[in-house]
Write a protein that binds this ligand. Sequence first.
Ligand code: FMN
Length: 326
Amino acid sequence: MKEISWRREKPPLFLAPMAGITDWAFRLLCQEQGCDAATTEMISAQGFLTAKKQKNTYQLLVRRAPFEKPLLVQLFGCDPQWMGEAAHVLSRMGRYAGIDINMGCPAKKVTGSGSGSRLMLDEGLAGRIISACVQNSLLPVSVKMRLGWDEEHENAVSIARIAEQEGAAFLTVHGRTTKQQYSGKADYEKIAAVCRAVRIPVVANGDVCDGESALRALNVTGCRGLAIGRAALGDPWVFARIRAALNGEASVQPDLHEHLQTARRHAAYMRAGHDERTALLEMRKFFAWYIKGVYGAAEIRAKITTAGTFDEVERLLTELEEKNKA
Ligand SMILES: Cc1cc2nc3c(=O)[nH]c(=O)nc-3n(C[C@H](O)[C@H](O)[C@H](O)COP(=O)(O)O)c2cc1C
C-alpha cells in the first residue's frame, strides 16, 4: 500500500476530507494536479459496521479507484468499540494508507451524538477512541481536529499530546474552533503551538488557497504538510499552483476550455459510478464551481440546475464556451 512521504523538502499536499465532495472521482482529478494524498468523506463507524453488506452508500464511501495516491479512510463516532472494530475491518481491506479519526466536524448532526469535534471536550474518551483505533488497525492512525470547542476550550495541544501518547502517526489541525465553524481566519500561530508540542508530523489546515497562503501556513506553523479543502472546489489546479510556488516556480492558469474539459471528465467518472439522475444531481454543484467567475456563467448555472440530462448540460457548456470565444 502506498505510504505518505514526509520529506521536509517536499511537504505533502493533502486534499482535506469533504463530505459529499471527496469521492474517488474528485480525488483523482486533484491527484492529477499534484495532490499527494487524500482522505475519504467521513464514514460513521457504527453505520459502516451495521449496514447491510450490499448497502450502496457505504460501498461508495469506502471505494478507492485504481492508481489513487495514498488514501486515508476517515471514521467518525464516539464509541471506542465501534471505532476500533471499524478500524480493524477497514485497515484489512488493502486499500488505504491509514485510518483517520474525525475530531473536527462541527455539524450539529455529528456533534449532537457526541462525535466529531465534540470529542475534543472529553479528553479521556478522545484518548480511548484513538487507542482503540491504534490497537485494532493494521495501518497508521491519524487524527483530524480543530483548535478546540470554543475560545474557553482551546485544547488542541492537549489532545495532540494524548494522540501522540496513544500512538497516532500524525495530526491534521484546522486552525479554528468548533464555535467558529468557518468564520474568521484560521489561526496559524495556534497550529504552531501544536507543532511545537509533539514530535509526530502535524498537517496545517484552514484557508490555504494559493502559493502565498501555503508558504505562510508552512512558515508560521512549522508544520510538515498542508491540507487543502474548499480552495479545490472547481479548482483542482490549486495543488499544482501551490507546489509551483513552494518550488519557487511560476504556474500557468487553466483556461475556460480546460475547466470545461475537466468538468466533462468529472461527469464521466460520476456516471461510471451512478445512474444518470443521481450523477446529474451530484454534478450540479461541481459544474457551478467549474464555471464560477466566467462571463455568462450565472445564466448557464441556472439552466444547469434544471437540466434533466447530461446531453442538455453538454449543450449549455458548449454555449458558454462559444459565448466566451465571441
Ligand atoms: C462541504 C465540506 C465538507 C466537509 N466534510 C468534512 C469531513 O467529512 N471530515 C472532516 O474531517 N472535515 C470535513 N470538512 C472540513 C475540511 O476538511 C477542512 O477542515 C475545512 O474546510 C478547512 O479547510 P479549508 O479552509 O482548506 O477548506 C468539510 C468541509 C466542507 C466545506
